[in-house]
Write a protein that binds this ligand. Sequence first.
Ligand code: IPD
Length: 271
Amino acid sequence: MIIRSEELDEREEALIAVTRDAGELARDFFSKPIEVKLKGKQDYITEADGEVERMIVARLKARFPQDAFLGEEGGNQGSGPALWVIDPIDGTANFAHGIPHFCVSIAFMAGTELALGAIAAPMYGELYRARLGRGAFLNDRAMRVADAGIKQAVVELGWSSRRPVRAYTALVERILATGATFLRAGSGALGLAYVAAGRTHGYCELHINSWDTLAGLLMVREAGGWTNDFLGSDGLTRGNAVLACAPGLKEALVAATGVGQVNEKLERRIS
Ligand code: IPD
């Protein structure tokens, strides 16, 4: 790894503390009336998003001034091999509508390696975290993905207006045809954390951004799950399709979704 183990220890400690505090700040905003705007079709922004991101960046910058930042609201700041990828509020539409299913999601990359991730779901009192090679935890409990047969599987299918509606409905049909069921709860980061925690068996979305996914992807891998190569083809800056699941479901879900196939013809066909 491009960064020394002690340097990663410091960042892990800072990550957990700032994610927890950012979750509490988001929770304060959730309990009062706030300004909500639309950035695009069904794509919300609230005053909380900017405030929470500014707090996270200020705290991390004060401690690690050389590090770079990629945030959903603030974009790119700085450059270099130590990069924080931040979603101040994931599940913004839920947040804006008073639905408590939202979270703060932060990942840390050391060069090309996804090294750390943390997610706070403040309304549930949950803090998820993972470190490369050292496992994934929900509060103090080690997480493990839950393998299930495809006919018992629950697969979350994320949706955004970045892909055509017919691509989403085709994906739903393909998943239902396998015998699995689907849900859409509106937070990609929590959707991935739920796979890691063994609450659901898979998460798929035809396009999602890196700030929504990186922390959760590391959690799924560290909890024994499989993920597609999200960071391939410029996933960090442009986003990508994502598929994460229990290992026993990989074959069926890759076939049904087209995500993660070496030959991705099917993915192109349904998107
Ligand atoms: C969105 C959520 C949603 C996913 C979208 C994301 P935001 O992020 O994660 O579940 O389906 O692709 O854009 O806007 O709530 O941060």
